[in-house]
Design a protein around this ligand. Structure first.
Ligand SMILES: Cc1ncc(COP(=O)(O)O)c(C=O)c1O
Length: 437
């Protein structure tokens, strides 16, 4: 198998049928597995057939969404408008589709930095900023924000991680203290990153209080809603993200809870001109024209890419086929499944929940009497690896407030309750077998 991937650059042609056979034999049977009903690792959606068809059609049509007056570009704008509607954002806001959540967050934080810099940071750079900017997120904030701070030239330390409460939500008094401390220390508090659905446990920062606090303190409020923003469309769980519509910017991820095939993320920015002013450049070879292909808005003016793929089509076609309400019900279904799994865990003496289950992420571990610390961690990692190697289920692991645990992130429209019963049964069986409990 390894030799297949080490084969050197092909110099002469081969029949397409032969090329396809190689793919069918060596690539297609060995996927990551995230379209399987018992894939709950890290955090990803489970894809959908219509999205795959759309990706094929988009590639066949071959349009470049850097801009231009053509159907694909118009449809891209329509999907951004639908995302605004899902989030309760005003029609006057702007937005763009990006490769995923990390890029969407980076775009939003770039706008926040430029708006708050106090100088024309595009022209003179971050070194000219008078008082160093400070951004705030919880100690559960996703690692992409660190990368963004580094890429923005502000540095990792400019993102202050604020402690979280027992529910893994940002502690508002601690946030207020940090802002006051920074002002007194000669820094410029610029932006709060609220998370709607943290990657570790699915915790949702207080979206009622944070918009008020941000307004009082003159901070940009960005919501990283890559996991949870789409709950806004879920009939039973939409209330959990009420308040998100007051943010200055939101990142959301259709390739998670809308199950679009990778890649597609979306960022929405309330102030459309701030968005365009952050990225627009008009080189002589990309000027608009009164008629023809170059007579519409340039979509590359809203992000870092110039060439952009037609990723909108997979979102558009799946939403048309199923309607947004079905996607909302699937979100409710995953959240109910996580509650069900948590109940099974609570009823099983050898298992314990390690964090509160807020939405669709369950953090738990196998814990026989007398096993602690590193041995407990090693035991649970072994269970996780065997579950994977046996083809039973794919979990990942993490550490929450210092406690190592297994983690099931149920962002999967194929999961059924019997899959979760099997997970619990097999975890206990393997745990007993490995530990002798
Ligand atoms: C809260 C949060 N933010 C950002 C990201 C990054 O999103 P992506 O993997 O689409 O770049 C993730 C990924 O799981 C996430 O959970």
């Amino acid at each position: 198998m390894k030799t297949f991937f080490e084969a050197s650059l092909p110099r002469s042609p081969a029949p397409l049928a032969e090329v396809y056979r190689e793919v069918a034999e060596n690539v297609m049977p060995y996927p990551m597995g995230n379209i399987h009903p018992r894939f709950w690792s890290w955090y990803m959606g489970a894809g959908n057939f219509t999205g795959a068809l759309a990706d094929f059609l988009a590639a066949v049509q071959g349009s470049n969404l850097g801009g231009g007056n053509h159907a694909a570009a118009l449809l891209d704008g329509q999907v951004v408008n639908w995302c605004k509607q899902m989030m309760g954002f005003p029609a006057s806001a702007s937005g763009t589709l990006a490769s995923g959540g990390s890029m969407s967050n980076l775009i939003a934080l770039t706008v926040a930095r430029n708006v708050k810099a106090g100088v024309d940071v595009r022209d003179v750079g971050v070194a000219a900023i008078d008082k160093p900017l400070r951004f705030y997120g919880s100690d559960q904030v996703h690692s992409c924000h660190r990368k963004a701070m580094e890429a923005l030239g502000l540095g990792n330390r400019a993102l202050r991680r604020i402690s979280t409460d027992r529910d893994l939500r940002i502690e508002i008094p601690a946030l207020k203290r940090a802002i006051a401390e920074d002002r007194a220390g000669g820094f410029h508090p610029a932006c709060v990153i609220a998370t709607a659905g943290t990657v570790n446990t699915g915790a949702i920062d207080d979206l009622q209080v944070l918009p008020r606090l941000a307004a009082e303190e003159d901070l940009w409020l960005h919501v990283d809603g890559c996991i949870g923003a789409l709950m806004a469309i879920a009939p039973k769980n939409g209330h959990r993200v009420a308040g998100i519509e007051h943010a200055d910017s939101i990142a959301l991820d259709p390739h998670k809870w809308l199950h679009a095939p990778f890649e597609v993320g979306c960022v929405l920015i309330r102030d459309a001109s701030a968005h365009r002013d952050t990225f627009a450049v008009t080189p002589e070879y990309l000027e608009s024209a009164p008629r023809g292909l170059a007579s519409a808005a340039w979509l590359h003016e809203y992000g870092l890419q110039t060439t952009r793929g037609f990723r909108a089509l997979k979102v558009w076609m799946a939403l048309k086929e199923h309607g947004v309400e079905k996607f909302g019900r699937l979100i409710d279904q995953n959240i109910a499944q996580a509650a069900f799994l948590s109940r099974l865990i609570r009823n099983e003496p050898l298992l314990e929940l390690v964090a509160p289950t807020s939405i669709n992420i369950v953090c738990f571990r196998f814990r026989p009497q007398g096993v602690d610390g590193e041995s407990l961690k090693a035991l649970n990692i072994e269970i996780m690896l065997r579950l994977q190697e046996l083809g039973t289920a794919a979990l990942s692991d993490t550490t929450v407030h210092g406690e190592h645990c297994l983690r099931a992130a149920i962002d999967n429209h194929r999961t059924r309750r019997e899959d979760l019963r099997l997970l619990v049964g097999e975890t206990v069986r393997l745990g007993r077998h490995i530990s002798g409990a």
